[in-house]
Design a protein around this ligand. Structure first.
Ligand SMILES: NC(=O)C1=CN([C@@H]2O[C@H](COP(=O)(O)OP(=O)(O)OC[C@H]3O[C@@H](n4cnc5c(N)ncnc54)[C@H](O)[C@@H]3O)[C@@H](O)[C@H]2O)C=CC1
Ligand SMILES: O=C(O)C(=O)Cc1ccc(O)cc1
Length: 313
């Protein structure tokens, strides 16, 4: 029998990302044993019904015992608590990782709890949906998507290689960078766009009653896409903005300045400025499509086949 990539894989948090990773690991035979822990008893019961784990427990500590790789798949604000719980139970050579959308603060929160005989190798699969919970996951979520690995300075190269190998085997393309750089890039590519969506949908919801109902009735194209993003999990996104405060504020500052420039062009009827701006942004969209990361559909990076069944039309 071929030895699996990870003899014992522990996944802490069985929501969208944790359950997708467990499903991918199961379908692709990446782990000898998949142990799933979730603090929520209802989630544990559902994971047992769905059957993508070999063992299910409410105790992260129990799941971490004897595990080769432990991956925290919880909101970033809970990653320190998970590290504190599993840290004392990590065996020599074990790797603690995560999937959080923010990296520097997660590294800072988890590092103090990782014993000298274990390794901390954080990661972020840049793939997801607006849905949460164990039913929302699917095995192909990471297929041909990026996973960014952010090893701390002096990380053990063999431990980093094992995390990279796991994500590649789950279908992802992997790139390595510092946690700080990750947070700056993701602030503009993911965090600020989510904030814009939350904001515009909030603005529409607070218009006069008749106008709001027309917004809902005629919502198509742009606004409809924003409502999808703005329905993402409130706990997860609260934690993202509180954890990546500096980078988000930096990018929001630049965004606001550029928005003011567009506002001025509209006010003064500067068609050339608007045309030049829209031409530049169109080119960016085209280069994303050419790199094969996006379909032409306005769907924030997801291909139809990657959507959960209930979403496919
Ligand atoms: N949703 C998305 O599209 C993406 C999310 N991420 C990151 O993945 C992480 C998880 O996100 P989702 O899977 O969407 O969340 P989710 O809300 O679907 O699942 C999180 C699970 O963690 C459990 N949990 C919370 N605190 C816990 C604790 N202390 N111990 C054990 N279990 C605990 C919850 O009960 C829940 O079942 C977040 O850090 C998020 O930033 C990364 C990429 C995409
Ligand atoms: O649903 C979408 O469009 C997303 O953007 C999903 C997503 C959310 C958070 C991440 O850190 C990565 C991907």
């Amino acid at each position: 029998m071929i030895r699996p990539l990870v003899p014992r894989l522990a996944i802490i948090g069985a929501g969208l990302i944790g359950s997708s990773l467990a499903r991918a690991a199961r379908e692709k035979h990446l782990a000898g044993t998949i142990v799933v822990a979730d603090a929520d008893a209802t989630v544990c019961a559902r994971v047992r019904e769905l059957g993508f784990a070999n063992e299910v427990t409410q105790s992260a500590a129990e799941a971490a015992k004897d595990a080769d790789i432990v991956i925290a798949c919880v909101p970033v604000g809970a990653s320190g608590a998970v590290a504190a719980e599993v840290g004392p139970h990590l065996k020599p050579g074990a790797i603690l990782s995560d999937v959080g959308s923010v990296k520097a603060s997660v590294l800072e929160a988890m590092a103090p709890f990782v014993p000298a005989h274990a390794h901390l190798v954080p990661a972020h699969p840049v793939a997801g949906t607006e849905f949460s919970g164990p039913d929302a996951g699917f095995a192909t979520l990471f297929e041909n998507r990026w996973c960014i690995v952010t090893p701390p300075e002096g990380a053990d190269p063999a431990a980093v290689d094992r995390v990279v190998a796991l994500w590649r085997a789950a279908g992802a393309n992997v790139e390595t960078m510092s946690a700080q750089h990750h947070d700056l890039v993701l602030a503009i590519t993911s965090h600020v766009p989510h904030l814009i969506a939350y904001n515009i949908v909030g603005t529409a919801a607070e218009l006069e009653e008749t106008l709001t109902s027309e917004v809902i009735k005629f919502s198509a194209g742009g606004f409809r896409d924003f409502t999808r993003i703005a329905s993402s999990d409130p706990t997860m996104w609260r934690d993202v903005f509180l954890s990546n405060r500096e980078a988000v504020l930096e990018m929001l500052g630049r965004f606001t300045e550029d928005l003011t420039a567009l506002q001025r062009a509209i006010r003064y009827g500067d068609g050339d400025a608007l045309f030049e701006h829209f031409t530049r942004t169109r080119a960016i969209r085209r280069s994303i499509i050419e790199q094969g990361q996006e379909t032409a559909a306005p769907d924030f990076g997801r291909r139809a086949a990657e959507k959960p069944k209930h979403e496919q039309s």
